[in-house]
Design a binder for this molecule. Sequence first.
Ligand code: NAD
Ligand code: UDP
Ligand code: UDP
Length: 338
Amino acid sequence: SSNRGSSGIFQRRTVSGRVPADLGRRRLRIVVTGGAGFVGSHLVDKLITRGDEVIVIDNFFTGRKDNLVHLFGNPRFELIRHDVVEPILLEVDQIYHLACPASPVHYKYNPTNVMGTLNMLGLAKRVGARFLLTSTSEVYGDPLEHPQKETYWGNVNPIGERSCYDEGKRTAETLTMDYHRGAGVEVRIARIFNTYGPRMCLDDGRVVSNFVAQAIRKQPMTVYGDGKQTRSFQYVSDLVEGLVALMEGEHVGPFNLGNPGEFTMLELAEVVKAVIDPSATIEFRPNTADDPHKRKPDIARAKELLNWEPKISLKDGLPLMVSDFRNRILNEDEGKGL
Ligand code: NAD
Ligand code: UDP
Ligand code: UDP
């Protein structure tokens, strides 16, 4: 009887054994690489809440124990300090592979996208786990097609400053499809568009975290270039819903996961101003090289095949990250004796 879900229907044997009363199916053992980071920690919360066992692998390059500390006493939760560039042996049912130096100031340092992805695919192959790659809208580069559909092959500079991220993720997608076709690994690919929310890294230079932190600190918001470039901003809980729907669904992808609401950086600054401080100011700075001019997901495929779409607009989502940012900025200031 221990091989039966509580629904009474025989299901695939899983590595973690017993059936929790409230799950209606077998409990899964799930690895989340990069689970101490911004997106990863929210995903871990969701998986723990629904009753599964979660093992986080993270080297704390940009992630923080603080993001997971509320789970430390939970017997269904484990945290391993490990660099995914090195092999690791585990017995698991699913792998959400998020580990990656994910912002412009960090990503140039690390071969994680290639070696880390290869190791996690090797692990998935050995134990028969399902593998989900968190790829990125950056695979479209500075797109010549707008909005971007999954069928678009992208416009990426192979030798520019952003290239190790863009090309690293493109290589990770290639490896993922090779393991799928060549070794029969069950894979899923998400192409994530700009995402924001509580627990975002404070100082990794992304635009939403920069503007919010600057407005709270009463500093001018730094607009790069003329501020007319666009992005589409997704609240983190919408993304987490999409990742889980993709993992549990029957389709490999790739799937765009993003909010189609498109804003210029000047418009974003206006929203931050309205939400945090009507007296906030802006300051123009030179833009970075190869900055994509426009970005907006076409999410028709995810709507149709995953029955997923984002629910939270920028105006509703931004206030949800403000108290977290205020607290962390306050703690930082206290730490400095201010
Ligand atoms: P994050 O920096 O908060 O999280 C990444 C995590 O990976 C961190 O905890 C970091 O310590 C860990 N990590 C990095 N290198 C590692 C290594 N070699 N071994 C083990 N752990 C390692 O970033 P995030 O925003 O949460 O991004 C998560 C994933 O989503 C990334 O793969 C990123 O490329 C993708 N993504 C994010 C966005 C976004 O807007 N947040 C957009 C597109 C794609
Ligand atoms: N790997 C791992 N954990 C495992 C199985 C494999 O970290 O449980 C690593 C392995 O060390 C290798 C990579 O994943 O570097 C790819 O493994 P695969 O078996 O596909 O390749 P091979 O070892 O045959 O080259
Ligand atoms: N940006 C900005 N001010 C900042 C940080 C970024 O105007 O303080 C711009 C940046 O030039 C880019 C956009 O905001 O055009 C989004 O940048 P981010 O690094 O957040 O995401 P990505 O470029 O990866 O989409």
